[in-house]
Design a protein around this ligand. Structure first.
Ligand code: CS2
Length: 492
């Protein structure tokens, strides 16, 4: 409690640092999604870029609805700290790149206006898998979802990121302003192309062919691969940061030391010198994205679900359970490698070694439940394509099947008895999956119903009866004999 006597974080409280704090001259970037990931990734690169080369790249960031976060940042001159946590210590920095904040749900018109402001050159997004209004059935925009329908009917108060972007671009075109860049920084397959497609489908549904043409000519959607493990903020972190900085920060962000950002260099109206912070620009981001989504995120999911079933609260603890580590290593070696394409200049064995070192970072406090959340949206991105690659090559990907079995056992156990920690998992599919669990009389029946109804995976995977049967059998083993036995059964 002695921290309470410290001054709050502000430019003034850090006056000794002033030379080091970036000072963007104007707002050039409008960002959707003010979560921890944005604040420990893009904001840090932008801060480095501005230190290397001043420019109009201040960020006006919108949270969907977190008034608490906006008030806390506003009380701190929009500053916050990023604490890099590793077993060898803590390193605290203060990126200072935000020039304004908005609450999208409360003031959507202001957000649309910000995108349509003459000085805006880039719109960035970290809205997670669930923010894109993507429909796995149509593999395009969820035109039937209530929010997209609302956005089509209410031009001035859009609720979805795709609706906000489309309305903002419309205003820019009508005002005769130049185009800009829309940059997705989320873990989606082909995130740039996908965002472009979703925005175009929204505009088609608006029946605005001139806007469609304008977007094709003036707006770019580069692909990106983003990577940094960023847990949620805790009180322990607040105390640690306050001790280090001698000021109180109500909203610090924890992060691992590792950070990577690979982008296609296709910007319609300029960009910050993000390479000054270590960003890599290249023509084809696809191979990096596949490597990261499959090897890091895919394996992360397996570790989280097996870890929860084995009673582990943290990823670093889960990976220390011998059968979890074995499953993760075998998933990479047997089911995920070889990748369809390798990124130039990446040494895969070292990348994989480094991955395990990152997962083992116990200073980070990364919770299994955080990675386990939203599995119905994450798994199709992270392991869906690898399942198809394996099946097309005539293989049964045992560990990918196990990941899905473990997911179902975690989120919708047949008897309704959730393992400790699993009650904190958030996932939009939970009500449907739990209703199916109540109706099912066997775990195999439940797994089959999940696939048949296309709850998580599309028809190509759901229609693969041999694969579905294998997932069902592994889920049965987890239920009857426990998760260690199910892992042992994947050795063929
Ligand atoms: C994690 C990711 O929560 C999750 O699902 O797999 O957030 C992961 O930590 C990042 O993608 C790492 O770049």
């Amino acid at each position: 409690m002695r921290f309470r006597s410290l001054p709050a974080l502000s430019r003034r409280a850090l006056s000794g640092w002033r030379g080091l704090l970036a000072r963007p001259s104007h707002t050039g970037i409008v960002h959707l999604g003010l979560g921890n990931f944005h604040r420990a990734h893009q904001a840090v690169y932008t801060s480095e870029a501005l230190r290397a080369e001043p420019g109009p790249w201040g960020i006006l960031a919108a949270t969907n609805s977190s008034r608490r976060l906006v008030s806390a940042l506003a009380a701190q001159d929009l500053l916050y700290s990023v604490a890099e946590l590793s077993p060898s210590g803590v390193h605290v920095s203060v990126p200072s790149v935000h020039t304004g904040l908005l609450i999208a749900a409360e003031d959507p018109a202001a957000l649309v206006a910000a995108i349509a402001a003459p000085a805006t050159r880039i719109v960035t997004l970290t809205v997670t898998e669930s923010g894109y209004s993507y429909s796995p059935e149509s593999q395009g925009l969820a035109l039937d979802s209530p929010d997209i329908r609302y956005d089509l009917e209410n031009p001035s108060t859009p609720r979805t990121p795709i609706g906000v972007i489309a309305r903002g671009l419309h205003r820019r075109m009508t005002a005769g302003l130049p185009g800009l860049t829309v940059l997705s920084c989320d873990n989606l397959v082909a995130n740039g192309r996908r965002t472009r497609r979703l925005v175009r489908e929204f505009v088609e549904a608006m029946r605005a062919p001139e806007l469609l043409q304008w977007i094709d000519q003036h707006v770019t959607f580069p692909g990106t691969m983003v990577d940094r493990i960023v847990p949620a903020t805790t009180d322990a972190l607040r105390a640690l940061v306050s001790e280090k900085l001698h000021v109180l920060d109500a909203v610090p962000v924890p992060a691992e030391p590792f950070s990577m950002w690979v982008l296609e260099d296709d910007f319609a109206a300029g960009r910050p010198r993000w390479e000054a912070g270590g960003a890599i620009f290249c023509d084809q981001v696809g191979p990096y994205e596949v490597m990261k989504l499959r090897l890091l995120n895919g394996t992360h999911g397996l570790i989280a679900y097996l870890g929860l079933l084995a009673g582990q609260e943290f990823i670093a603890e889960a990976i220390r359970v011998p059968f979890v580590e074995e499953a993760a290593r075998r998933m990479i070696a047997e089911d995920l490698l070889p990748l369809p394409e390798f990124p130039d200049g990446v040494d895969l064995p070292s990348y994989v070694d480094q991955l395990f070192e990152r997962f083992r970072n116990e200073a980070l406090g990364h919770r299994t439940v955080q990675v386990a959340s939203d599995g119905s949206l994450k798994l199709p991105q992270r392991i869906g394509p690898a399942i198809l690659d394996n099946r097309r090559a005539g293989r049964m990907p045992q560990l990918l099947a196990l990941a899905i079995a473990a997911y179902v056992c975690c989120v919708a156990p047949l008897d309704g008895q959730l393992v400790r920690g699993a009650e904190q998992i958030r996932d939009p599919a939970l009500p449907r999956l739990r209703a199916l669990a109540t109706e099912s009389t066997s775990i195999a029946g439940l797994v089959t119903a999940v696939f048949q109804r296309g709850e998580v995976f599309d028809a190509e995977i759901g229609g693969d009866t041999e694969f579905v049967a294998r997932v069902a059998e592994l889920a049965r083993l987890i239920r009857v004999h426990g998760v260690a036995r199910a892992v042992a059964d994947t050795v063929v």
